[in-house]
Design a protein. Sequence first.
Lengths: 284, 109
Amino acid sequence: MARYRKILVVASTILAAGLAACSEEKPTSTADSGDPLAQYRANPKYAEFMSGEKMSGYVFASPETQAMQDDDFENPGMLAVQDGEAEWNRVDGAAGKSCASCHGDAAQSMKGVAVTYPKFEPKRGKLASIEHRINICRTEHMQAPELKWESKPLLGLTAYVEYQSRGMPINVKIDGPAAPFFEKGKEFYETRRGQMDVSCAHCHVHNAGRNMGVENLSQGQSNGYPTYRLKWQSFGSLHRRFEGCNQEVRAATYPRGSDEYTNLELYVAWRGNGLKSEAPSVRR
Amino acid sequence: MAENVKPRIRVPNNAKRGEVIEIKTLVSHPMESGQRKNAQGQTIPRKIINRMSVTYNGKPVFEAKLEPAISANPYISFFIKATESGELAFAWTDDDGSVYKATQQITVS
């Protein structure tokens, strides 16, 4: 890791232009004045995609991308929800059960559940994402093997569970047993990493609304995840996005489903508390 | 029969006589081209939807022959003239002979 810090990075000159003043405080940039997010705040069509200062990724998407998300027929994420519905009802494992055997109709039993995740899971002694919780259910109650993170059935099930909370405000708890993990996630978010030596906060807090290259930086909210990301041309999880973000600053990545990303997931979700869940969304 | 193949159609419920309307269809199907290889190096056999046929009150109005180049979950949309009230019937034929169907009523005034 220390080696990387000594390498002069050409690419950092691009970042430096936008983030030169970045230290641990809010930078003062001479390049622009005023609030770069003002253009979005002023638009009444975005009122339902905001909560106070917080803005959903929907706001930063192009009109074509927004239209794709708005129409359930066009939204490719709905195919994952469809997969999830089939998986929900499929009997799997030695106990001869499906998700439906215990949880019945997901529209009833899962309503409001996804927006409280990730949460402290006593069986793990640490946080669990929806994916972790699904696998606990599978191994303990269905006697079925775990589903691999980012596999079609697990993505489908996660999308299906999230879909039951669509439109409800994100509402994660950061107190009680979750507190130490929240702090770890916060520390991750604020730690500089990678060859480019920036933290999540540098882009998503200090420079949200400004352009990095052609990309207009969002607030990095997670209320739309799992999402159909046009860059991936496929449906994917939040941890896949974290991996991508880390790669983009040339930092070491962590495995999907790791403690680091799960703790980060809680911090990022807390940043979006109050925003409406949009999963499955469409992002660029 | 491929797993979990669900066709979806978007047909306007009502139309004026003579109006040109857009019909949208989407069918979830892996459309395995027959060109891919699995982790062991064996070719994954071709399995695609090779035909889509649409009839309007029994009369064919749209036919498509699909080839392996078409990617998964084929989305096909087309325009027809709304002439009479009745039923639009859609059928997708799989390589293995299965036929997936969907129908929708349309009211033309």
